[in-house]
Design a protein around this ligand. Sequence first.
Ligand code: AVI
Length: 325
Amino acid sequence: MPAVLDQSTIACAAETSEFGRDMLACLGENPHAISPKYFYDAQGSKLFDRICELPEYYVTRTELAIFRRHIGEMAALIGPEAEVIEFGAGSLLKARLLLDVLEAPHGFVAIDISGEHLNAACRDLQRSYPALAVEAVVADFTHPETLPLGHSSPGRRVGFFPGSTIGNFSPVQATRFLVAAARLLRGGGLLIGVDLVKDPALLHAAYNDTAGVTAAFNRNLLVRANRELGCNFAIDGFRHYAFYRPELQRIEMHLISAAAQQISLDGRCFRFAPGESIHTENSQKYTVDGFRALATACGFLPRASWCDEHGLFSIHWLESPGPAP
Ligand code: AVI
């Protein structure tokens, strides 16, 4: 993407890019909503890394503590010569914890839509584990049924999906993902991190940090739309708003228009009234039993679940019965 776009290139980007089409749909519909996947440009990924370090954001450090404590049991359940497939690739820190204790892992495949980040992370991993077959697959991991994966391992195929990213899927997307993953991982299983229902005050703090990093992460969507699509969002004209909906067991993130304003995209003009919202993310929280029931309905056999002592976060080992595909 060139640093400065002329108007015809921008109009074209709005029409032809997936982000452009989705933003047009978002602005044109009421209520306005867009997928949280558009948060993660280079700046959004950096802001998310900062969120993971925040004192209020318990998710990352709690999941890491559970991994560190129980990784031996997890590795024993997975067994020898596994081929590990990570859905989405962050720093691969959690994958390293697993690879360090697995018995003779056969291969590691990381799947992510962002090729640049993925390739760098995989090169690093290969340097640390020279005997391991490391592969980077640039693809949309939210659709496991479309992944171009051959099966070469003598051991089990094991999906690895930490971070509670499944919480950012809608209930329909989560079900579709788990059904497709159960098929892909038949004969093996899925090790998955899932955030839990908890005191709403803790959730509120985690998504409304005092340093304002989550607010910047939310607003970065508008910065990205201005840069890539030629929109004219006044970044300060939208307020970060995150709250817990107990009846749906989810955090919702919104951007709220502070005043009446007009947003243009692709030669069209969209009016925002004061208080009007763009719904940017859901973060679903589960109970341990609720998530195990969902996994079972999608074709998995939940074999083990681990939590921290405060019941904030859970990790599940779900087996997928039957012969490998
Ligand atoms: C990536 N995902 C699990 C994060 C979450 O907690 O839902 C994204 C996030 N949104 C705001 N803070 C963090």
